[in-house]
Ligand binder design. Structure first.
Ligand code: AMP
Length: 115
């Protein structure tokens, strides 16, 4: 089942794309949770972190190298940032095309909300 992210890859719906190569695409989150909030996705549609295979290792590694490149470009590398991959219901995943969130530009506080 195709998601909204496949439509962004295919340019069927607009997005603020900040990076693209043969393996991954990066674009600004439509509802940012921080001054910098960018999603980096493999072009191959992998539904969740449960569905990765050895064939995906190049694309998944690329998520990290692209995150570091974008963080430098956004001017947030030195102060730091957070990379998140949500999986399924308990992880709070809403779009079932695996994606890495790159969040920064302010202090993000503790990793999980404390209840
Ligand atoms: P997750 O909860 O990890 O699945 O995160 C999905 C993210 O996708 C959310 O932060 C949404 O704001 C974001 N999102 C959903 N639709 C779009 C879109 N069309 N363009 C950019 N970001 C989107």
């Amino acid at each position: 089942m195709s998601t909204v992210f496949s439509k962004i890859i295919a340019r069927e719906i607009p997005a603020d794309i900040v990076y693209e190569d043969e393996l991954v695409l990066a674009f600004r989150d439509i509802a940012p949770s921080a001054p910098t909030h960018i999603l980096i996705i493999p072009k191959r549609e992998i539904a969740t972190a449960n569905d990765v295979t050895a064939e995906d290792e190049a694309a998944l590694g690329r998520l990290f190298t692209v995150a570091a490149k974008i963080a430098a470009e956004e001017g947030i590398a030195e102060n730091g940032y957070r990379l998140i991959v949500n999986c399924n219901e308990h992880g709070g995943q809403e779009v079932f095309h695996l994606h890495m969130h790159l969040l920064g530009g302010r202090s993000l506080g503790p990793m999980l909300a404390r209840k």
